[in-house]
Design a binder for this molecule. Structure first.
Ligand code: ZN
Length: 256
């Protein structure tokens, strides 16, 4: 009987997955919380969880963090560039993009290349950009990710973070923040996942730390996140990295 119900539940899972082949969660994390990311990924291996980690301050990471990042990469997670030392790009408004590339982009690319990575995606520290910076950065990266502030409008109608299948309409991506800072509730996330499952849409999310410190506004609650991601899996959503995005209308270089 036990075996029968196991087979039945496997069959039902297969049916619900096949129902929405394109719906996906693109979960992205920024900064340096490799230990948190690793623990989360480890506890979700049974549902084929994958994410994208935009790293910064790599030169300050200890060997334990670097080892865990490597393991995540080997398991199919994506590593992206989040600048050498997290200096906001607006600090380069006078010195220009050439200096920004030289001080914040290339050094991190080189450090990570020496450790076997090729970083193809970028996320702006603090989500801030400069006029024309997308155009310059998209000569070096396939996509750039900014931050969608979700306080003011509902996540399930979030037109820049919810898109059809895996095809956002630009190589400029918007991550909907889910840290406590953004005041997103579990019910908001469930609603957005239901929209994805029903309309074969994908959702791009952004987080930093993951844990159970209720006072850290840049943390996403670990048990809440696990419940939400398991719910997404149950609804047939896949977990994908930004490398799996099929940008249908690549960012037009003259559009800024
Ligand atoms: Zn950051």
């Amino acid at each position: 009987m036990l075996r029968f119900s196991l087979l039945l539940s496997l069959a039902l899972t297969a049916i619900s997955c096949a129902r929405n082949p394109e719906a996906a969660i693109f979960l992205t994390f920024d900064d340096t919380a490799v230990n948190d990311w690793f623990a989360l990924a480890d506890s979700l291996q049974d549902i084929d969880f994958k994410a994208t980690y935009y790293v910064t301050l790599y030169h300050e990471m200890d060997s334990e963090k670097k080892g865990k990042l490597k393991k995540l990469h080997e398991r199919g997670h994506e590593i992206g560039n989040h600048s050498y030392d997290h200096t906001v790009i607006t600090a380069y408004a006078q010195r220009g993009m050439d200096v920004y590339l030289k001080e914040q982009i290339f050094p991190l690319q080189q450090l990570l290349a020496a450790d076997g990575y090729e970083l193809k995606h970028f996320a702006y520290p603090y989500g801030k950009d400069l006029p024309g910076s997308d155009t310059v950065l998209l000569k070096h990266f396939k996509t750039v990710r900014k931050v969608a502030y979700t306080h003011n409008y509902p996540l399930d109608h979030h037109n820049v973070s919810l898109f059809l299948g895996n095809t956002p309409d630009s190589s400029v991506l918007w991550g909907a923040g889910i840290d406590k800072h953004y005041q997103i509730k579990e019910a908001d996330l469930i609603k957005a996942i239901d929209v994805c499952a029903k309309e074969e849409k994908s959702l791009l999310l952004l987080a930093h730390y993951v844990g159970n410190d209720s006072t850290d506004e840049w943390e996403t609650d670990l048990s809440m996140l696990i419940r939400v991601l398991r719910y997404a899996h149950k609804q047939g959503l896949k977990f994908k990295t930004v490398s799996e995005l099929d940008v249908q209308n690549p960012y037009y270089l003259g559009s800024q």
